[in-house]
Design a protein around this ligand. Structure first.
Ligand SMILES: Cc1cc2nc3c(=O)[nH]c(=O)nc-3n(C[C@H](O)[C@H](O)[C@H](O)COP(=O)(O)OP(=O)(O)OC[C@H]3O[C@@H](n4cnc5c(N)ncnc54)[C@H](O)[C@@H]3O)c2cc1C
Length: 571
């Protein structure tokens, strides 16, 4: 270990690499964070577990993987040249186009050299004496940083249920979010697919076209709306490109960060049954699930109103699916529409009219085990060559709790969140100073369009970092009181809605042992943004700012070398 004096007279030590900010994750949020932070002349290191950029759109290569918000909207808004020049071939982009876009953005803005690939962060330890985060990766990197931005994804931590016998299966099996890059050949194969959420709906539609026989094992049917995906017409693209500025500003002020060109209606009960069907029919053609749920103001507030919308969708399923028994099985009846992630499809229900596709009800006859030759339920056995787990994610908190994060006093984030994930404004956890979360619990995250949501959250965080530096603050933390208040505010809003009526991943119900808690801020992104800005406007109310003489860019002693008396801790 060597020491030297800087011009400012501070002791400099050589040791682990230092950075102003470590960004975890090179998905759309992480990439935008790199762009913004580099613009602030901060030294940034990004660790990415994969060997490429794109996050969700790097990992989820299963057949049919596709965004369910139109690409003219689900794309970056921060650079007009980019949005004018980039061409989306389809209304709803497939995975490959989104991955291409992520790569294009990375190279266009020169971000690649900031990213260390194949570098999964497996330890994030706050060093109180140094006032720094000590970040380590599985492959042995170590960086000491003042700030960490965890852009590690709300839908990143793979959920592989503990099916007895899975390892004994002699065929090939894949989780949809860990899909092999070389693809999987389904021709003439007997394929089993478990899970009928968003991913299962997309994969079924695609795999049903090529598999010898596809068995879809369904526990809970999905409400799915038609995306009616097709090539993007030139005039539609031109129309968007000539109105991007106005439309983006509409989106930025919208509750779901979406652009809604149709009129919103009042209560479903303000209309006659014929009129409401007509309105729903119009919304059905709109190609936006999040906005469909807001067609009437009370869909997500009243069980009776919701049931009318749900029954409209069931009517569509019964029209499409020819076999009445299969149609009934595909009709969701046990939870209100929208309380689980709404799906979008192009031909999902039609797939069950194909003779090579069989729906298997594993609610009535649960899966008992995976066998070497297939899958067994309480009702029978299915011989399979390929098994697909479309079983989703340890959503919203999983990528954070799997990172081994410890804060002030060595408190483990998993212990802190044992009962529920607490934080303030979705950004900061008390006792974990200078650690910001993007799309984490407590934010609107998955209930809004997430590229724009990521941009707005990153803008807020980089605004805070700039403020701290400008005003000579070294760290920012929050308090347990602020966390409790935020939790109460979120719970009060959620209690007025129907979201708690479903065993969804929104409440952690898909993961055994995960605390049941509605993790998402439900008040809309517009309201959320206002609340976050208010707290800053009130002099960072609910936060704790601490000063010392260290500024971003300064070399500082790290870890055990911090001289006695130089400790800093939040006030
Ligand atoms: C199948 C699917 C369809 C979706 N469709 C839509 C949609 O239609 N509309 C919408 O708005 N959103 C959709 N989403 C949500 C999607 O996740 C977001 O839109 C967006 O891509 C999130 O970007 P992100 O950068 O925040 O997170 P991610 O894209 O999840 O990126 C997180 C990155 O962090 C990395 N990472 C995680 N942990 C670590 C670690 N410990 N160390 C290093 N790296 C780590 C991961 O490898 C990943 O690359 C979908 C998600 C899925 C899975």
């Amino acid at each position: 270990m060597t020491t030297a004096s800087t011009a400012a007279g501070r002791t400099q030590t050589s040791g682990p690499e230092t950075a102003d900010v470590v960004v975890v994750g090179a998905g759309f949020s992480g990439l935008y964070a790199l762009y913004r932070l580099r613009g602030l002349n901060l030294k940034v290191v990004c660790f990415e577990a994969g060997d490429g950029v794109g996050g969700t759109w790097y990992w989820n290569r299963y057949p049919g993987a596709r965004v369910d918000i139109e690409s003219m909207q689900y794309s970056y808004s921060f650079d007009d040249d980019l949005q004018q020049e980039w061409r989306w071939p389809e209304y709803f982009s497939p995975q490959a186009d989104l991955e291409d876009y992520a790569n294009h953005v990375t190279d266009r803005f020169g971000l690649r050299d900031l990213i260390r690939f194949n570098a999964r962060v497996n330890r994030l330890r706050y060093d109180e004496r140094a006032g720094r985060w000590d970040v380590s990766t599985e492959r042995g990197d170590r960086v000491i940083a003042r700030y960490v931005i965890a852009a590690s994804g709300a839908l990143d931590a793979t959920n592989i249920p503990d099916f007895p016998g899975l390892e004994s299966f002699r065929g090939e099996w894949h989780h949809t979010s860990q899909w092999p890059k070389e693809g999987v050949n389904f021709e003439g194969k007997r394929v089993g697919l478990i899970g009928t959420g968003s991913t299962g709906v997309q994969a079924t539609t695609a795999i049903g076209k090529t598999a010898g026989h596809l068995y879809v094992f369904q526990r809970t049917p999905a409400y799915s709306l038609p995306a009616n995906n097709r090539p993007l017409p030139a005039d539609y693209e031109l129309d968007w490109k000539s109105h991007y500025a106005e439309r983006r500003s509409v989106m930025h002020a919208n509750f779901a960060l979406g652009y809604l060109p149709v009129q919103q209606h009042g209560s479903v009960f303000d209309y006659t049954p014929e009129a409401r069907t007509q309105i729903l029919e119009q919304a059905w053609q709109q190609r936006n699930g999040l906005l469909f749920l807001r067609t009437f103001t009370d869909t997500m507030l009243s069980l009776e109103a919701n049931e009318i919308v749900a029954e409209f969708i069931r009517g569509k399923i019964r029209e499409i699916v020819k076999d009445p028994e299969t149609a009934e099985l595909l009709c969701p009846k046990t939870y209100p529409v929208g309380t689980k992630r709404i799906c979008m499809d192009t031909g999902y229900f039609e797939t069950f009219n194909n003779p090579n596709v069989t729906l298997v009800d594993v609610k009535s006859n649960p899966i008992t085990e995976i066998t070497p030759s297939g899958l067994r339920t309480t009702a029978g056995e299915y011989d399979l060559d390929i098994l697909i787990l479309a079983t989703g994610f340890d959503a919203v908190t999983g990528s954070l709790t799997r990172m081994n994060i410890t804060g002030v006093g060595g408190v483990d984030l998993r212990e802190k969140w044992a009962e529920r994930p607490t934080n303030f404004l979705g950004y900061m956890v008390a006792g974990f100073p200078n650690l910001f979360m993007i799309h984490g619990p407590g934010s609107p995250g998955v209930l809004a369009q997430m590229i724009t949501g990521g941009e707005k959250q990153v803008d807020w965080v980089t605004g805070v970092i700039t403020d701290l530096d400008r005003n000579g603050y070294a760290s920012i933390d929050t308090t347990q009181e602020a966390e409790q208040d935020w939790g109460a505010e979120m719970a009060e809003m959620a209690a007025k809605t129907l979201y708690q009526h479903a065993n969804s991943w929104y409440v952690g119900a898909n993961i055994p042992g995960k605390p049941r808690y509605f993790m998402i801020y439900i008040g809309g992104f517009d309201q959320y943004q206002k609340r976050c800005d208010e707290q800053v406007g009130k002099g960072y109310e609910g936060f704790v700012l601490a000063r010392n003489e260290v500024r971003a860019g300064d070399e500082v002693p790290t870890g055990d070398e911090v001289p006695a008396g130089d400790e800093q801790r939040p006030a």
